[in-house]
Design a protein around this ligand. Structure first.
Ligand SMILES: C[S@@+](CC[C@H](N)C(=O)[O-])C[C@H]1O[C@@H](n2cnc3c(N)ncnc32)[C@H](O)[C@@H]1O
Length: 232
């Protein structure tokens, strides 16, 4: 029988949480919201694969701290769109962190119905400001009206495809923050075949070989097909 979250993780989680909150400190209110989110994730993980089971003992440092780095890179951002939110990284964590910020809201786009149901429940139990959109990114981004300040994605697609997804929002003024792994340089090189981009790379505060790619503007290169970024 599959082991539950409580059976696999309890011995590791308090130390991992302490390390994570030293790296990316949060308010007491945000910590309480994140605790409720982690509890719910533990319950649902037994029936829906929300995160890779091998990463559960390092949930706080691997997934939560990774997500908590983003608000500091877009201090004035209020309206966020997270593409392919899955189990809620970074979308639900952002919503928890921004809950005390007036006017903040995170749009979470996810095409898997079970995961979207989990995301809705996570926003409900944490009281964090977010809206879950069940559907394909290509359809949903056009339906999000009004200003968008920042678009995010993690573990979703290669950079050139992410830019294709985000471009309609970036044309409307959004900045992009994409959480990437060690192959970031190769992905940037590939992306410049299709897009004119100016990027800033931030090395992850959580250690390892993670990077955050910050993009303020992108422009499609002449001849690059419109299909770039419409499929994952
Ligand atoms: C590998 S998971 C990553 C989830 C989360 N961002 C994380 O870092 O843990 C990718 C998620 O994106 C969703 N997804 C992939 N392509 C999508 C699309 N075109 N539209 C909406 N969701 C998509 C998948 O259902 C999946 O939950």
């Amino acid at each position: 029988m599959a082991k539950t979250f409580e059976q696999t993780a309890p011995a590791f989680l308090p130390a991992d949480k302490a390390t994570a909150l030293a790296l990316t400190p949060v308010s007491r209110e945000t910590e309480q919201r994140l605790d409720r989110y982690v509890g719910l994730l533990g319950e649902w993980q037994a029936k829906t694969n929300l995160v890779a089971p091998s990463t559960l003992p390092h949930l706080w440092t691997r997934h939560i701290s990774d997500s908590l780095q983003l608000p500091a890179l877009a201090l004035s951002a209020r309206i966020w769109v997270d593409l392919g939110s899955g189990g809620g990284f970074p979308g639900v964590v952002l919503a928890c962190a921004l809950a005390e910020t007036p006017g903040a809201v995170v749009h979470l786009i996810e095409r898997n119905a079970k995961k979207a149901a989990f995301l809705r429940e996570a926003l409900r139990v944490t009281g964090a400001p977010g809206i879950v959109h069940l559907g394909d990114i290509g359809d949903i981004v056009d339906r999000i009206t009004g200003p968008v300040d920042c678009v995010t994605a993690r573990a979703l697609a290669p950079l050139h495809q992410l830019i294709g997804f985000a471009e309609p929002l970036m044309r409307r003024g959004a900045k992009a923050l994409f959480l990437k792994g060690q192959d970031v340089e190769a992905e940037l090189t590939e992306a410049t075949k299709y897009w004119k981009i100016e990027s800033h790379l931030h090395s992850s505060r959580t250690g390892g070989q993670g990077w955050i790619v910050e993009l303020d503007q992108v422009e499609r290169r002449n001849g690059a097909g419109k299909a770039v970024g419409t499929q994952v």
